[in-house]
Design a protein around this ligand. Structure first.
Ligand code: PXG
Length: 449
């Protein structure tokens, strides 16, 4: 099939995730045909630096044969076996061991799933089981944050705080949402430090309002990813810690995007010095080469679930899929052997911070922020008032298209441009990324004038 035939068949038979089918019908899909290192190429031969690591997952880029060969060998040896009914496989045990080593101290158990959404559903099941076994069944409510993203299953989407999603399904009734720590968008006249404390105190207020005896858990991404790379003010997580220390409430950190090195530490929990009870992961655990997710379970929770008799009636056919686990083992080996995370922390992260900050001087940029190897740009019409171009956030879409034209994949969340490039990016490629982003901003400014 040629390009237009592919696009036609795509329109006719494929329902895409998070897609406006009307727009897709008008514009046609971009057909990506190959990838190498940190670059992807479309069917027209247009090569682009992939500033989004696929979808926040191909952190080692696209050319790691160690991972594809590990999957292939496993598929030839034992393509599938389940982990139900007292069965197990060697790769699942080995990956569980490795995850216990690289995750924060005191997290020594893992429940495998096929995705991040499933893992957050698993968290809801574990939270309930934990409090039931502790004979505190009245602890049912889970607090999350507005504009959080925790997946697209009913559980994941209920935990998430995206208003556009909530309009299209019925949320679970035991989930509550509080203020997000988005200083640029919602901080008003407060300093970032004041606003960080304020947003964290909203958790305390909510717990008081609901009654601490009814609150089971608080879930949060260390940094909101899909919500627009919202890096909380430095005061936020320490204040959350103070709040949580006062109550008997589980902390779930959703590390689906920030796990496995994006901050320059193994996990966002390490970066912020937090001690979660449950930790969701997916995506980069296999470098995106094979679907795999899971939740790391702290000793505190695992001991209760393991010690008391009775079956935990939860699991997925593909929990601990052996080929997925082999992909995970190969990925973790590369991260460790090539000191990828240390490089982000010591070299490429600081260099991106310096170069990305230069974009803040651009006339349509209200804020340029980074942490490790993520970055965001707030597009504004007026730098002082932070006013956007329009209510429909058209600047973001324009900038995304201009960026692709200039050979860089950037993603738009409203009028916030975001990047999460592969962690293997070199200094030269960071220069290339910033220069292409600059050209995209110039083109956007012209188009929006
Ligand atoms: N938690 C977080 C923090 C995520 O970012 C999920 C859970 C769900 O994972 P699965 O594997 O079920 O997709 C995610 C996924 C975007 C985008 O546009 C982000 C995600 C997924 C799709 C698109 O930024 N994050």
């Amino acid at each position: 099939m040629n390009k237009s035939q592919l696009q036609q068949h795509d329109r006719e038979h494929l329902l895409h995730p998070f897609t406006d089918f009307h727009d897709l019908g008008n514009q046609g899909t971009r057909v990506i045909t190959s990838a190498e290192g940190a670059y992807i190429t479309d069917i027209d031969g247009h090569k682009m630096l992939d500033g989004m690591s696929g979808l926040w997952c191909c952190n080692l880029g696209y050319s790691r044969r160690e991972i594809s060969e590990a999957i292939y060998e496993q598929l030839n040896k034992l393509p599938f076996y389940n982990s139900f009914f007292q069965c197990t496989t060697v790769p699942s045990i080995e990956l569980a061991d490795m995850l216990a080593e690289v995750t924060p101290a005191g997290m020594n158990n893992v429940f495998f799933t096929g995705s991040g959404s499933e893992a957050n559903d698993t968290n809801l099941r574990i939270i309930r089981r934990y409090w039931d076994l502790k004979e505190q069944p009245e602890k049912r409510i889970v607090i999350s944050r507005k504009n959080a993203y925790h997946g697209s299953t009913i559980g994941g989407a209920s935990l998430g705080g995206m208003s556009g999603m909530h309009k299209q399904f019925q949320s679970l009734d035991y989930i509550e949402h509080i203020q997000q720590p988005y200083w640029f968008g919602e901080g008003g006249d407060m300093s970032p430090e004041e606003f960080g404390v304020h947003a964290a105190r909203c958790l305390d207020e909510k717990i008081q309002e609901l009654g601490p005896e009814k609150v089971a858990a608080f879930i949060a991404e260390p940094i909101q990813g899909a919500g627009g790379v919202i890096i909380p003010p430095e005061t936020y997580w320490p204040e959350i810690k103070k709040v949580l220390d006062q109550y008997d409430i589980l902390l779930v950190m959703d590390e689906v995007i920030f796990g496995f090195g994006r901050t320059g530490e193994w996990f966002g929990a390490d970066y912020y010095g937090m001690k979660p009870d449950l930790m969701t992961f997916a995506k980069a655990v296999t470098n995106g080469y094979f679907p795999l997710g899971g939740t790391m379970v702290s000793d505190r929770v695992a001991e209760v679930i393991k010690a008391k008799g009775g079956e935990f009636t939860h699991g997925y056919t593909y929990s601990a899929h052996p080929a997925a686990c082999m992909a995970g083992i190969a990925t973790l080996n590369i991260l460790r052997e090539e000191k990828i995370i240390e490089t982000v922390r010591d070299t490429t992260g600081p260099y991106l911070a310096k170069r990305w900050a230069e974009l803040a001087d651009h006339p349509i940029v209200g804020e340029a922020r980074t942490l490790g190897l993520v970055g965001a740009l707030e597009l504004v019409k007026d730098k002082n008032s932070r006013a956007r171009f329009d209510d429909d956030c058209t600047a973001g879409g324009v900038c995304r298209d201009m960026s692709i034209k200039n050979g860089l994949v950037m993603r738009a969340t409203g009028d916030t441009m975001i990047i999460a490039p592969p962690l293997i990016l070199t200094i030269e490629q960071i220069d290339e990324l910033v220069e292409k982003a600059h050209r995209a901003l110039d083109d956007t400014a012209r188009a929006m004038a």
